[in-house]
Design a protein around this ligand. Structure first.
Ligand code: PT1
Length: 276
């Protein structure tokens, strides 16, 4: 199998979400939890996930902070087991330098940081490695970000954020070819902001970096359609499809099988059908 090209994928790729937060688990990193995580990852890989995104700290609005040690205890055993059992591509969803370093030591293929390397030493840890990094835009912190998000000019403010971040990354020694951009749906944005961002996602393509879109099951779907989280499958697939048409190259999703169908249709439309 050829190695997955995260940085310049010819076609859209699928990132399956694997949560190992305590609310998704019972016995905090013990055998049954690791096994449960492995079975979930296996199902996503069978359904067409190209990469598994593992996170030990929830970044949903209002979610509590987690200590470095707790996060390492949650994610590292699962990363080890995933590498051993499936040798699949792994993305590590973390903002903490020590967690990043532990993951890099275990061979993760991507650092996915919703804080865009703003935490102490995070930039340095990634710079000293060879792994690609996803820089996400967020206004505020997960605990406070949905209070009253305001922008001068939504698109230009986020563009400026990326310009500054990319410059800082380069100065630190992170080559631009290692960078993925994420507009940060739901992270310090009103409903109107989120849909404007979806509409104007293509205006970020001239950074010449892949764009990752994380919309799956988010409140921008539920609040618009008045649907609880367990009824957001259809809207998640619609939004993922729209993101594809706006140029998203990596889709971070819960519902891998259904999103894979959207990508297959998108690819057939764009590149043709290869089996008859
Ligand atoms: C994301 C993302 C992420 N989202 C990347 N990583 C989450 N790169 C975690 C809601 O409004 O979009 N991109 N890691 C999950 N965070 C949220 C935020 C979940 C908002 C739900 C909401 O419902």
């Amino acid at each position: 199998m050829t190695k997955l090209n995260l940085i310049n994928p010819e076609r859209p790729i699928l990132m399956g979400i694997l949560n190992v937060t305590p609310d998704s688990f019972s016995d905090g990193g013990q055998y049954s939890d690791i096994n449960l995580a492995l079975r979930h990852a296996e199902a996503m890989l069978n359904d067409g996930a190209d990469i598994i995104d593992i996170g030990g700290e929830s970044t949903r609005p209002g979610a509590p902070a987690v200590s470095v040690q707790d996060e390492i205890t949650r994610v590292i055993p699962v990363i080890k087991a995933l590498k051993k059992e499936f040798n699949c591509a792994i993305s590590l969803d973390t903002s903490k330098a020590d967690v990043m370093q532990s993951g890099i030591d275990e061979g993760v293929d991507l650092i996915n940081d919703v804080c865009a390397l703003s935490q102490p030493q995070a930039m340095e840890v990634v710079a000293q490695s060879k792994v690609p990094v996803c820089l996400m835009h967020m206004q505020g912190t997960p605990r406070t970000m949905q209070k009253n998000p305001t922008y001068n000019d939504l698109i230009q403010d986020i563009r400026d954020f990326f310009i500054d971040k990319i410059a800082a990354c380069k100065t630190a020694g992170i080559d631009e070819h290692r960078i993925i951009l994420d507009l940060g749906f739901g992270f310090g944005k009103t409903l109107a902001h989120n849909y404007q961002l979806l509409n104007e996602m293509d205006s970020f393509l001239n950074f010449n970096m892949p764009i990752l879109a994380g919309i799956s099951r988010k409140s921008m779907l539920g609040n618009l359609l008045d649907l609880p989280v367990e009824q957001r499958l259809n809207s998640s697939i619609v939004a993922a499809t729209l993101a594809l048409t706006k140029g998203a190259k990596i889709l971070r999703v819960h519902d891998v099988k259904e999103t894979k169908q959207a990508i297959t249709i998108f690819n057939a439309m764009n590149y043709g059908v290869d089996n008859g």
